[in-house]
Design a protein around this ligand. Structure first.
Ligand code: LLP
Length: 404
């Protein structure tokens, strides 16, 4: 069952291991809460994705926002992966970890003048532009810097990705992208511009998408748009399909089959003479991470029992922010009676809940638990709220622990 969350997670003699390392041995060296990642899982996710494309070789640009740790960027860079960045910080860190600028795309609605200037001078692959106003500013900056920049116009296709509303980006009411209806006008306006070249379109409709249908609808819309633009004589060479592939958080979650996703992309675009880019974040790193936490104490309430753990919403905000549910496993599996608990953190907010009415083996003070699938949008979204301190991250490679 646990292989469903992470291929390198297993019980051996009823003790939970990540790759060849037991969490009990980790706890002897480190204090909790602690993020632990399996490097093999990340590598495996990348290789599986790459292998699933049969007809085309898309440029895989890892969405750095999912987890920007040096270990992850350097592993993916060595595997040949590019980067999708949304800030100067992410751009700089990607380059510092060996990702060459010709494999870096820069997305985001709020690129500042300083960020645009920095990107132009680094000669990155392209800027994915989200408004007409942004295009105007890029021209101004490129004039001064004496540069000509490649641009993809991010289209807002008005498609509901059927995910949590806070991570939906492709509906017309969302702040992202430019409506389909305004795209042709932009191509006309910037035709033969000295400072920028619109080379194609980009799209990203949302995150944690668990069903193929929204992808299919959005991709068909963008294909139609490309055909119309070409009929008008515009040259379209690049198509960036964004990220969004969902992962399994609970055992029975039904998720997208990666091979099916790749098949759809190839069916729609393999004979379109396009350079395809994809920007996966969560699907590359999400499954790799475990948040190791200790039970501080059990508390019996009037109506229910609470397990108070030393990880809080400051370490993992996803349950509080998106109602996300992450599987919780005991590190030491025992044949004890099952109990119903609310797993809560120590933060002074009622939103600091990891799991409500979770059926778990009976737990007691100092027991270790593992919160699964926290590799994406976990540590990078953590804070020092309540002054609980910054959380440590370690990486596991077989029986080796890397903690820098
Ligand atoms: N490309 C763009 C332009 C994006 O905005 C995002 C994510 C991605 C790619 C990567 O998407 P992924 O493959 O990871 O779904 N904090 C939220 C998720 C926010 C996603 C933001 N954009 C969460 O914890 O669920």
């Amino acid at each position: 069952m646990i292989k469903k969350f992470n291929k390198y997670l297993s019980y051996r003699n009823n003790s939970l291991y990540l790759d060849e390392t037991s969490f009990e041995s980790i706890k002897k060296k480190y204090s909790t809460p602690l993020y632990c990642y399996s490097l093999s899982e990340i590598h495996n996710n990348f290789v599986e994705l790459k292998k699933s494309f049969k007809k085309i070789k898309p440029m895989i640009c890892y969405a750095v926002k999912a987890n920007n740790h040096n270990q992850i960027l350097s592993l993916l860079s060595k595997s040949g992966c590019g980067a999708d960045v949304v800030s100067k910080g992410e751009l700089k860190k990607s380059i510092d970890n060996g990702i060459t600028p010709d494999k870096i795309v820069f997305s985001g609605v709020g690129k500042t003048k300083d960020e645009i200037k920095y990107a132009l001078n680094k000669k990155i692959k392209q800027l994915n532009v989200e408004s007409e106003e942004e295009l105007e500013e890029i021209v101004e900056i490129a004039k001064v810097e004496k540069k000509k920049e490649n641009i993809c116009i991010r289209v807002n296709p008005d498609v509901d990705p059927r995910t949590h509303h806070k991570i939906s980006t492709g509906r017309s009411e969302d702040k992202f992208g430019i409506p389909n209806s305004r795209v042709i006008k932009l191509f006309e306006k910037y035709k033969n511009n000295d400072y920028l070249k619109i080379v194609g379109l980009s799209i990203h409709i949302g995150s944690q998408i668990k069903n193929m249908r929204p992808f299919e609808i959005a991709f068909k819309k963008i294909k139609k748009q490309i055909i119309s633009l070409r009929e008008l004589g515009f040259e379209i060479t690049v198509l960036d399909l964004g990220g969004g592939i969902g992962i399994r958080y609970l055992e029975n979650d039904r998720i997208i089959n990666i091979k099916e996703y790749c098949l759809l992309v190839e069916k729609l675009f393999s004979n379109m003479k396009l350079e395809i880019i994809i920007e996966p974040g969560r699907s590359l790193v999400g499954s790799s991470g475990i948040l190791l936490s200790s039970v501080i104490r059990k508390k019996s309430g009037e109506k229910k029992d609470f397990i108070i753990i030393d990880a809080g919403m400051n370490n993992l905000i996803r349950p509080a922010m998106y109602n996300a549910k992450h599987e919780i496993l005991p590190v030491k599996r025992k044949n004890l009676k099952k109990k119903k608990y609310d797993f809560v953190g120590p933060i002074c907010e009622s939103a600091d809940i990891f799991s409500k009415q979770n059926i778990s083996q009976a737990l007691k003070k100092d027991d270790l638990i593992a919160i699964c699938s926290v590799g994406a949008y976990g540590a990078c979204m953590s804070s020092n709220y309540n002054l609980r301190g910054d959380i440590k991250e370690i990486f596991i490679k077989k029986n080796e622990i890397i903690d820098e």
